[in-house]
Design a protein around this ligand. Structure first.
Ligand code: CTP
Ligand code: CA
Length: 223
């Protein structure tokens, strides 16, 4: 879809997109993080803007230019992302969780840098679970609100995806197969979109913008 002649089918709509990957601090210089670049989330934000939406982009640890016209909310941790997403979702027509949210965080933050001289052997880092933002969105959705998740899977990709769609009560789940050189940090992506109504949409490998436009097509059909 060319940028100039995008349909204005999201005009008057507020959409929230999360992008990037959360970082959970261990001490002042270290964190638990992941390999999400934010490219897919930013492509979703740009295409939604081109289709006329008001866009809130909750961005975790990305090094990408702000899409012109988006309200960008920078966040660091999963807790910060949860707060920003739930606040923006209150009046949103659709929420797309493209961000990689760390499942766990260190149980306590060490205010001083951990030194290797302290004990000789490394201390284990105790982890606790982070809130599941997508599951909360699915649980507390406004009537008519469309909730979209992303899932990066290995192994039994589609069965895992179906499970996750049901468990998190979302309308659409975009399932990527991950592995060496697939998805992360690349400008292109391939996916299968699973819908709560049973529909399955295959998106062949192509630019992340094209994948984003298919996601918005599926969202618009459900608004
Ligand atoms: N997600 C979220 N909050 C979390 C973890 C994940 O909102 N704490 C969202 C992601 O943004 C994504 C979707 O849930 O849209 C699926 O993420 P994924 O990591 O695949 O799901 P998990 O439930 O964490 O399952 P897994 O054990 O496979 O990591
Ligand atoms: Ca996870």
């Amino acid at each position: 879809l060319a940028r100039g002649n995008a349909p204005a089918d999201l005009a008057g709509r507020h959409v929230v997109v999360s992008a990037g990957g959360t970082r959970e601090p261990i001490d002042p210089v270290r964190f638990i993080g992941n390999r999400s670049s934010g490219l897919q989330g930013y492509a979703l934000a740009r295409t939604a803007l081109a289709r006329g939406a008001r866009v809130t982009l909750v961005a975790a640890n990305v090094a990408l230019p702000d899409p012109a016209g988006a309200q960008v909310v920078p966040v660091g941790t999963a807790e910060e992302m949860r707060k920003a997403v739930l606040e923006a979702a209150a009046d949103a027509d659709a929420v797309v969780m493209a961000a990689a949210v760390a499942d766990f965080r260190p149980a306590d933050y060490r205010t001083s840098k951990i030194k290797k001289s302290e004990s000789g052997e490394p201390e284990p880092i105790e982890l606790v679970r982070n809130p599941d933002i997508l599951a909360e969105l699915g649980q507390h959705r406004r009537p008519g609100q469309v909730i979209v998740g992303f899932a990066a899977e290995t192994d039994d990709v589609l069965a895992n995806g179906r499970d996750k769609l049901v468990r998190k009560k979302c309308d659409l789940l975009v399932v990527n197969q991950v592995g060496e050189n697939l998805a992360f940090g690349r400008p292109d992506n391939a996916a299968v979109v699973l819908a709560a109504d049973g529909a399955t949409t295959e998106i062949p490998r192509g630019p992340k913008e094209d994948l984003a436009d298919v996601v918005w097509d599926l969202v618009v059909a459900r608004l």
